[in-house]
Design a binder for this molecule. Structure first.
Ligand code: B1M
Length: 234
């Protein structure tokens, strides 16, 4: 009897209770519940982007704060990250389904020494949704892998992600190496990650720092438009 009373049926919750419940489930690393919550919100007509930002990213922000404050530890955060990824997996095809014409191509990776990939994956998803072709190099990407991919993929944009203050300087190594090889100006270089800011982006010689995935898409579109205009003028 008591057990029945305790059982929580996610589908019975109104949106304003379901979303905080999803934040709790993400916090607790409950993958299946997070996936179910995403399915319910989509079935209720929520836009995939709204589910992503209000249910998943907002939940991960709470996890981030408690990780910083020593309330959560790596194993718990990994579980939360896996639950987040499972929810994102469901949204990915929907965000990519816009049928937008191809805008350009981006190679992206998390820099050497850094294994955080949720933000990078989100950027990739949103870029694909906006019509960009994305080649994802994954995590822990060293300068040779970045440069090799630039050569083989010939993208318009190089994207780099770093979540640690100790790994963000690696972006400058990549950009400096591009400059040494005379290819820096062949690509639009966009950087992002929680510890970065605009000043850092400028200081390392990137074209722009992108605060979040939506800004990354808008910035990429603006740079591609500028590139096309220059090509027309030239
Ligand atoms: Co890590 N971790 N972590 N962690 N982790 C942070 C980053 C930290 C801030 C937590 C904290 O203390 N509050 C802290 C860094 C402190 C610092 O450097 N100043 C930290 C630490 C210390 C560590 C370890 C060292 C912990 C340890 O082992 N003692 C370790 C490092 C491992 C390594 O990389 N070598 C570690 C490990 C981990 C996990 C493996 C447990 C896990 C990662 C799982 C995974 O990614 N697969 C993890 C997580 C999940 C986090 C937090 C909690 C969440 C990161 C995240 O996914 N955010 C994070 C705390 C935080 O950031 N609040 C933390 C959600 C994501 C959507 O946001 O990644 O910022 P974000 O991406 C945004 C924007 O930044 C931007 O757009 C994205 C979407 O809007 N963006 C880009 C990102 N990349 C971009 C690229 C672009 C454009 C925009 O290119 C064009």
């Amino acid at each position: 009897m008591a057990e029945d009373e305790d059982e929580l049926i996610l589908a019975d919750l109104p949106d304003e209770e379901l979303v905080p419940q999803m934040h709790d489930d993400l916090y607790d690393g409950l993958r299946d519940e997070v996936v179910e919550g995403v399915e319910i919100l989509l079935a209720r007509g929520w836009e995939p982007y709204r589910v992503l930002t209000e249910a998943l990213v907002a939940g991960m922000t709470i996890v981030g704060k408690d990780f910083r404050d020593g309330i959560l530890f790596v194993p718990e955060v990994l579980l939360a990250a896996n639950a987040m990824k499972a929810g994102m997996g469901l949204l990915k095809p929907l965000l990519a389904e816009t049928g937008a014409p191809k805008m350009g191509k981006m190679v992206i990776g998390t820099v050497k020494g850094d294994i955080h990939d949720i933000g990078k994956n989100l950027v990739s998803m949103m870029m694909e949704g906006a019509g960009f072709e994305v080649v994802d190099l994954g995590i822990n990407t060293d300068v040779d892998r970045y440069l090799g991919a630039l050569e083989t993929e010939q993208p318009d944009i190089l994207g780099m992600s770093a979540l640690l203050t100790t790994t963000m300087p690696y972006m400058k190594i990549v950009i400096d190496t591009m400059a040494e090889r005379g290819i820096r100006d062949d690509y639009i270089v966009l950087v992002g990650g929680a510890p970065l800011n605009e000043e850092f982006g400028r200081a390392i010689g990137a074209d722009a720092y992108c605060r979040d995935a939506a800004v990354a898409v808008e910035t990429a579109k603006a740079f591609i438009a500028r590139k096309h205009n220059q090509a027309v003028v030239a």
